[in-house]
Design a protein around this ligand. Structure first.
Ligand SMILES: C[S@@+](CC[C@H](N)C(=O)[O-])C[C@H]1O[C@@H](n2cnc3c(N)ncnc32)[C@H](O)[C@@H]1O
Length: 339
């Protein structure tokens, strides 16, 4: 085992069965090694800067878990598509694309080879060629949600419209940065539009999120780990789960590697809301995609306040700046402060 991994490998020695289980449960290395994707797309942890280790109470997970009072939609209400052939999922007859606007101005041919059937490229990904599986540039430049086929659909697991569902396909490394604690990088080159990973954690009710905010010792900074699932929130929605305050994902104590991604004012990734079953919009995923080519080893970042109206930015107000946290992203367009 590499020296820098050792501090994350809790003692597994002669401690008795009960304690051994507890040691294994806390061991970061055991947690990441137990992921089914570990051999192909491992997560590694390196620190060549100082003696810091990840918080021992932090737990790696490869999927979000539902907190108390958070219910997924009952199976009988799930509504997958009936496309028998995954190729059909590229047409606007696919149920999963019911909320996607038709678009005839994109960067692939509009019609099938026979020219007969409109080949509406309504889903978010390129389906052929070297760019297969990457987000189309139009979607990448938008704030649009991504609608994918999913486990209740008739199309197979290799349907081109199941990119996020297939999960992370990139090895990630959590590394100690010089000045911003831990950060994340990939050990392989990443292409623009490529899916990187989801932001995962405990999905909790708005009340529970507020309770955690109130009791957090990091006060307002708790917000950095809480992401509201509010993409479809609408006071006029027919779905009462979308009318009320949204659920939130808390990644502080249990999450995947993306929980260690730092902020940049000029980031190389962006978060997109991804929906599987339309009946589960209140539980949409938060999926990170590369917004430009990212060479291996470059730190992965996203903008923590992406899309927030800059005129409301406290960093523009000299009076408020003294209470704010300096941004150390180092980009040319740095706004100076995180919050
Ligand atoms: C979601 S965590 C990211 C992982 C974190 N670096 C760690 O070591 O656990 C967010 C925290 O990272 C730090 N951070 C992230 N981006 C930063 C930036 N651009 N400048 C300064 N600090 C940053 C801040 O302390 C922030 O509260």
């Amino acid at each position: 085992m590499e020296e820098y991994t050792r501090p994350h490998f809790f003692f597994h020695g002669d401690v008795g069965d009960e304690k051994l289980e507890e040691e294994k449960r806390r061991c970061h290395f055991c947690q990441i090694r137990s992921f089914p994707t570990h051999t192909r797309y491992p997560i590694t942890i390196v620190n060549t800067e100082d003696d810091a280790v990840l918080d021992p109470s932090f737990r790696f997970m490869d999927r979000s878990i539902l907190g108390k009072g958070v219910e997924p939609t009952k199976r009988e209400f799930l509504t997958g598509c009936e496309c028998v052939d995954s190729e059909d999922c590229q047409y606007n007859t696919c149920n999963c694309l019911q909320d996607v606007e038709d678009d005839s101005s994109d960067d692939e041919n509009l019609y099938g080879i026979d020219g007969a059937r409109p080949h509406k490229k309504v889903y978010a990904y390129h389906s052929h060629g070297v760019r297969a599986g990457r987000l189309r540039s139009k979607v990448l430049a938008s704030r649009d949600p991504i609608y994918e086929c999913h486990e209740s659909c008739a199309c197979g697991p290799y349907c081109p419209n199941r990119v996020v569902e297939r999960g992370r396909q990139i090895p990630l490394q959590i590394f100690r940065t010089k000045n911003r604690g831990w950060g994340v990088r990939s050990t392989v080159d990443i292409k623009k539009g490529q899916f990187i990973d989801k932001y995962m954690g405990e999905i909790i009710t708005a009340q529970e999120a507020n309770r955690r905010r109130a009791e957090s010792h990091i006060a307002q900074r708790k917000d950095v780990y809480l992401f509201a699932l509010d993409k479809f929130s609408d006071p006029n929605s027919y779905d009462d789960r979308l009318r009320g305050p949204p659920l939130e994902v808390d990644g502080e104590f249990m999450s995947g590697p993306t929980r260690f991604v730092n902020h940049s004012c000029e980031p190389n990734m962006r978060i997109f809301a991804r929906v599987g079953d339309h009946a589960d919009k209140h539980l949409h995923d938060l999926a990170l995609f590369a917004i430009r080519d990212i060479p291996r080893g470059e730190e992965l970042t996203f903008d923590y306040v992406d899309g927030v109206d800059d005129s409301e930015n406290d960093a523009l107000d000299p009076d408020k700046q003294k209470d704010m946290t300096r941004c150390l992203c180092g980009s040319k367009g740095c706004r100076g402060y995180l919050w």
